[in-house]
Ligand binder design. Sequence first.
Ligand code: FES
Length: 156
Amino acid sequence: MECLDMTKVEEILKAYPQNETSLIMVLQDIHDTFHYLPCDALKKVAQELQVPFSKVFSVTTFYKAFSLNPKGKKIIRVCLGTACHIRGGSEIIQEFERQLGILRSQTTQNQEFTLETVNCVGACAMAPVVVVNEEYHRSVTTIKVKDILKGEKNED
Ligand code: FES
């Protein structure tokens, strides 16, 4: 397991006023940096901004965009909304699970990929849709899953 680079947390904290008004902005920057909110970072934020830890924790659970678990560099979102579901969305998520060796909501051990499901990404005409970070893949089939993963690995 990797140790948390606390200097990055300290740099983020230094960029904002040291009080509660900075809480959400600080948490957003930490999330952008680590792709999740590590517990040690939350403790440091509570201490430096003089906010009770319980308050910091409740903010992290209130905002859906925040994750308390490590996420992969690439977030794969398989749409399971109605239009995508009837065109094979369930088979596609199963194929991603099979090829990555993880279940939905999990992250690969090398922290490369996190697999998630969503209920419509507003592109029903392109169903079934898979979104990798910000990139949309249209009319995905189980055969294309391998190509999507290969393309993403080659980007690194
Ligand atoms: S249901 Fe998948 S994009 Fe709308």
